[in-house]
Write a protein of this length. Structure first.
Length: 294
């Protein structure tokens, strides 16, 4: 059954174009199919998705492949329907789909609080809630590339939540950047942090895990990657057939009062056939979870 607003416009979420939560939704006949109280406002779907993907060997997508790239990414979002999504690599020099006009139209329609990325950072948010006080913060510690975190605030269920997205450096400076990020997050009562943290985690308890996930857990934070299991999200920029090196680079970290459940990886890139058929190189898979705001 479709969901409609009072004017008969079909909705793909329970928010209007300004990101304001609606009191009621209607079916096609004009009957109320739910009221605000019917939907738990403290449970949201969160996704982190480094969308960097390449055509053949690190080349931008040719114009005649744009629609295929768009369809693949749109399918991923349609599968998970995240309320909040942090994308750590949406606008980089060798990226592909991010240049598509089609994808920008997608954001405008489905995610009214979409933040277009700053070229030098490549970070962006897609949110169905209005975002406030958005800022781009440069890390004090820098390595081979200039790195930032993007920060905004969103009001959900009466709670003001700090929403952060980041892409840490590939060099050892990422360790200092991660500490810097944790120190900032510790000052927030509620937070959700998404990103490509570039820790090449292979298994629970290895050195990369201890430098990243364990540090977050030791502070009392919650983590989608945790002692109960890790989820491989990085495919080392290979085709499906050659993706033998995988790591858990991506993660979602929350404050203690926001619990994480139903963690999974969207494997559309591995299964939809578009990648192999169109020479699309696998890089990252989206990491998705439910966040319950307590």
């Amino acid at each position: 059954m479709g969901i409609y607003d009072a004017s008969g416009n079909e909705l793909y979420a329970v928010y209007d174009a300004d990101g304001t939560e609606l009191d009621y939704a209607y079916d096609a006949t004009g009957s109320i199919i739910y009221s605000k109280g019917d939907i738990p406002s403290n449970v949201i779907k969160v996704m982190t998705f480094n969308t960097g993907c390449f055509y053949t060997q690190y080349h931008p997508c040719p114009n005649d492949k744009t629609e295929e790239f768009y369809n693949r990414n749109r399918t991923i979002f349609n599968n998970s329907e995240p309320t909040l999504c942090g994308m750590p690599e949406w606008n980089n020099a060798i990226g592909t789909i991010q240049s598509s006009v089609l994808m920008n139209e997608f954001w405008d329609y489905y995610y009214p609080a979409y933040i277009y990325p700053v070229d030098t950072a490549g970070l962006t948010f897609a949110s169905k809630y209005a975002l406030e006080n958005t800022e781009l913060v440069r890390y004090i510690a820098q390595g081979t590339n200039t790195r930032y975190y993007e920060k905004a605030y969103v009001n959900i269920g009466g709670k003001r939540i700090c929403f952060v997205n980041t892409h840490l450096d590939l060099s050892s400076s990422r360790n200092a950047q991660f500490i810097e990020l944790l120190n900032m997050l510790e000052q927030e009562e509620y937070f959700i942090a998404t990103g490509d943290f570039n820790f090449e985690i292979n298994e629970i308890g290895d050195s990369e895990y201890n430098l990243s996930v364990k540090l977050a857990l030791d502070r009392g934070f919650n983590s989608a990657q945790n002692d109960d299991g890790i989820f491989m999200t990085w495919y080392s920029a290979k085709t499906v057939a050659l993706s033998t090196r995988i790591n858990a680079l991506d993660n979602i970290i929350t404050s203690q009062n926001i619990s994480i459940s139903n963690v999974h990886v969207d494997i559309t890139k591995l299964t939809d056939g578009l990648c192999e058929a169109n020479d699309i190189i696998i890089d990252h898979l989206p990491l998705v979870c439910d966040c319950t705001i307590n």
